[in-house]
Design a binder for this molecule. Structure first.
Ligand code: IMP
Ligand code: MG
Length: 175
């Protein structure tokens, strides 16, 4: 499949992704049995994962959004910009919802931000994680799938704005 100037090949099917989403939803539900978590969805990339996760999460919860950007093309620029501010998170049990944790720069930014917001507790859930690209030491509480350090597309993740609507995950073809 071609998107702009790059070729991509099918990497992870929508069925496999949904299975993992259900598992994460159930695990969080058990962990937060006596709590009402606030899911903090990091836009844009996490919108699809968040929507699916919320459909399978049956306990009481709140959902809030924050928009950050860092990627330029197929590499992380390292400079995080905040475009949309979250609701008041004071005293909330926050669960950060990310599409993918790559270098961990965004995660660090979010953790630093939450330090200033007087939250009750914070945890982190992501659909994908690239352990080989990760440069931080924060533990990630819920991970859908560990994947190799290669650019992926689909399920909310984009290449220069395109491909977010794909329900399967595609990987950049390098050969
Ligand atoms: P990090 O700050 O390097 O951990 O990555 C932050 C953000 O970059 C993620 O939340 C994604 O939105 C985006 N990103 C990271 N890896 C990929 C990828 O392989 N494809 C598309 N977007 C990505
Ligand atoms: Mg993201």
């Amino acid at each position: 499949m071609k998107v702009l100037d790059k070729k991509f090949e099918l990497f992870i099917s929508a069925e496999k992704i949904i299975e993992k989403v259900k598992t994460i939803a159930q695990t969080i539900e058990e962990d937060y049995k006596d709590k009402t978590p606030t899911f903090l969805v990091i836009l844009n990339g996490a919108f699809m994962f968040a929507a699916d996760l919320m459909k399978y999460y049956k306990g009481p919860c709140k959902v809030s959004f924050m928009r950050l950007s860092s990627y330029e093309g197929t590499t992380s620029s390292g400079k995080i910009k905040k475009h949309v501010e979250a609701d008041n998170l004071q005293n909330e049990d926050v669960i950060i919802i990310e599409d993918i944790v790559d270098t961990g720069n965004s995660l660090e930014y979010i953790f630093n931000y939450l330090e200033t917001q007087h939250v009750k507790s914070k945890r982190m859930a992501c659909m994908f994680h690239k352990p080989d690209a990760y440069q931080k030491a924060y533990s990630i509480d819920y991970i859908g799938m560990n994947i190799p350090d290669k650019f992926i597309l689909g399920y909310g993740l984009d290449y220069d704005g395109y491909g977010r609507n794909l329900s399967d995950i595609y990987q950049l073809k390098t050969s």
